[in-house]
Design a protein. Structure first.
Length: 331
């Protein structure tokens, strides 16, 4: 069978956005446990920047991209949950979604409900499943219940705006931080109970003020270096700091004694891909996300669209923190 040709974005070495090259590749038939999918839209995420820069080292050359939506074109042996012609979406290892067509493992690819568009499907899978595993599966001692305070950094970003809405649906009082008054207003509009502009306010002092000195049960922190230690100061005894990203840089090594001194605290460094390691868990989490989106409790905001050829511009916007909500590549 004649191989299919596809445009794809590749890097030959780690570096800046200038390393992103649009090339043509050949795509063959799926093997056992694989599918071939023709993309309709592609999601952009900060993990793509980490992989491109070398913060998360990967073998080179590397085709970037962790999520997309499209139509299944071919199904390999042993794949039973997908059929040719299915609308589908995914957040998945290995990278490679920055392309028109690809062959990939089927286990993390899910059928996309008809009520959800391809653009929404591409924008929501990695960020929506991240919000799901954080709020549903990465909880402090004793769990979370309605009325509890949680702190969420970068609340106006793609994960943050989904988390604001999801937390509101759970009855949580989410305190969201962002770097401008405009971004704070956006987080509030999406369900944050309180917002803090960390560029002009001391977020630790404000958290203590908002909570009457009780602090929060859990901090969800994707900023990393700039917020990590101060985040510990926002936790009540036995509280949990879930650091799930490094937008400001890698967190410095931690003196574990600080956790004792600050109240027998817990720290976790979770990743989405541990949570979606099995077909069953992936589907359970995706079903929860699809229900939240289909019901209208969570709306996926796409604020930036770039063509595949303009991917370097998209990466520059991400790194400059000029984006809000979700960003996608269009085909």
């Amino acid at each position: 069978m004649t191989p299919i040709r596809s445009k794809a974005v590749r890097i030959d070495q780690p570096g800046g956005p200038e390393e992103l090259k649009l090339v043509e590749v050949q795509v063959g038939e799926p093997g056992p446990g694989e599918i071939r999918i023709r993309h309709k839209a592609i999601g952009l995420n900060f993990i793509d920047v980490y992989q491109r820069s070398g913060l998360y080292p990967l073998p080179m050359p590397l085709q970037l991209g962790m999520e997309a939506s499209g139509v299944v074109e071919a199904v390999g042996e042993g794949v039973t949950h997908l059929q040719v012609g299915d609308r589908a979406a995914y957040a998945s290892q290995p990278p490679g979604s920055y392309c028109e067509v690809r062959v990939m493992p089927a286990k993390c690819v899910c059928k996309l409900p008809d009520a959800i568009s391809f653009e929404t499907g591409a924008a929501m899978m990695l960020k929506g499943l991240t919000a799901q595993y954080l709020l549903r599966r990465t909880q402090p001692q004793g769990g979370l219940k309605a009325g509890d305070f949680v702190l969420f950094h970068a609340a106006a970003g793609g994960v943050g705006l989904i988390a604001c809405q999801w937390a509101r649906a759970m009855g949580l009082q989410l305190i969201g931080t962002a770097g401008s008054d405009e971004k704070c207003a956006l987080a509030r509009d999406h369900g944050a109970a309180f917002v803090i502009n960390y560029a002009t306010e001391d977020f630790v002092a404000r958290v203590k003020e908002i909570t009457g000195g009780q602090c929060v049960k859990v901090v969800y922190d994707s900023v990393g270096k700039d917020t990590f230690l101060k985040s510990l100061d926002c936790l009540r005894p036995f509280g949990l700091l879930a650091n799930f990203g490094n937008a400001s840089g890698k967190v410095e090594p931690l003196d574990i004694g600080l956790l004792a001194a600050k109240g027998s605290l817990y720290v976790s460094r979770p990743t989405l891909f541990t949570h979606i390691a099995t077909r069953e868990t992936t589907q359970q989490m995706a079903d929860d996300l699809f229900d939240m989106v289909s019901s209208g409790k969570v709306q996926i905001r796409i604020d930036q669209r770039f063509s595949l050829a303009d991917v370097a511009e998209a990466h520059r916007a991400l790194e400059a923190r000029k984006t809000t909500g979700c960003s996608i590549l269009t085909l």
